[in-house]
Write a protein that binds this ligand. Structure first.
Ligand code: FES
Length: 73
């Protein structure tokens, strides 16, 4: 899904950058990594929401690893 229509950036583009660089913490940094800049700013809430998903996704990944370890024990 296109998140930023000004720069034609999808949620997948943003998730790829966010998962590659765990240090990103702002929409401006995400856009910088994608080689563009925030224009109208309408997408910044969506970008922030994707950034905020990271801890939840990381926790789920760790839970999955724990479940895998428990199954193999
Ligand atoms: S929709 Fe992303 S800068 Fe305009």
């Amino acid at each position: 899904m296109i998140v930023c229509s000004c720069n034609v950036i999808s949620d997948h583009d943003i998730r790829d950058v966010v998962s590659t660089d765990g240090e990103l913490c702002s929409a401006a940094q995400v856009y910088g990594c994608l080689g563009c800049t925030v224009r109208c700013g309408l997408c910044s809430h969506s970008v922030k929401r994707i950034l905020e998903e990271r801890p939840a996704r990381r926790a789920r990944h760790l839970e999955d690893l724990g479940a895998t370890a428990a199954r193999s024990a």
